[in-house]
Design a protein around this ligand. Sequence first.
Ligand SMILES: NC(=O)c1ccc[n+]([C@@H]2O[C@H](COP(=O)([O-])OP(=O)(O)OC[C@H]3O[C@@H](n4cnc5c(N)ncnc54)[C@H](OP(=O)(O)O)[C@@H]3O)[C@@H](O)[C@H]2O)c1
Length: 281
Amino acid sequence: MSARILEPPPGACISRHAIITGGSSGIGLATARALAADGTSITLIARGIGNLDAAVKDVAARGIHPGQRVISRQADVSAKNGIERAISSAVTALGPPDLVIMCAGYCRPGRIESLSSEIFEQTNAVNYLGTVHTVLACLPHMYPQRRGHLVLLSSGAGLIGVTGYAAYCPTKFAVRGLAEALRADLKPRGIGVSVVYPPDTDTPQLEFETRFKPPETKAITAAGGLYSPEDVATAILRGIRRNRFAITPGWEMTCLERCASLVRPLLARYFDRIAARVRRA
Ligand SMILES: NC(=O)c1ccc[n+]([C@@H]2O[C@H](COP(=O)([O-])OP(=O)(O)OC[C@H]3O[C@@H](n4cnc5c(N)ncnc54)[C@H](OP(=O)(O)O)[C@@H]3O)[C@@H](O)[C@H]2O)c1
């Protein structure tokens, strides 16, 4: 665990203390970098200590004030006690969080016959229950402030079912449902909620997924384009500043999020045709 001291942040920064799960890589790391450049003190949470230490150095180097601190806590979000301990230790070090961004995630695509029940359980434990554990561990520290913002990471796969993502889609649908219920629950307590629907983003997770994606899944997801983690991070911070509930980086996700129920039957038929063509080939 490491920390770096910088100068007190100016009043204008987006947050005083942001906790980011999955902050050592990809979208979480890009968001941490952008927040550090905005003057925020940050706690990065992930499992791998090597990547965490490197991320702390990288993020702290972008800080702008001597009072600003960047620290890390090692935890697996799927383990309730571990994430509670990590959050509590982060609060002791940097005070209650006013921004919590939940990027820790796992995706193992494959045709249904290649997906074991263990893959379904692990994906749910990290993506859905990991988000629940983090929210429940942070809220008691946020209630007394009567302010703050929770950011949950869903996916385009949380808006429409896609072949090859049978283990992943339900967890991201669940995160969407959780975000909708939390928004209503937390509004009277002064705490905002956003849910992010990133398109395909060039990160280690996508690289891992690509090794397992069936060709028909690759053909379908290719239509959505490829974004950089920095683009997604910029959209997340813009969404938080504007207090947007749904944060949709890129026009494809914006259209899908706004029109999902209308276009779902058409998209399902379109995806079926792509999948059938690829399987025949
Ligand atoms: N990349 C995409 O195309 C894409 C698209 C839509 C949605 N998303 C979602 O966006 C989020 C971020 O994805 P990403 O692509 O940026 O992934 P990434 O680059 O692979 O980073 C994942 C981060 O989560 C941490 N992590 C993974 N499992 C964890 C666990 N059980 N407990 C604590 N930390 C854990 C990883 O560190 P350790 O492994 O060291 O723990 C790492 O810091 C995920 O929820 C993902 O589902 C991504």
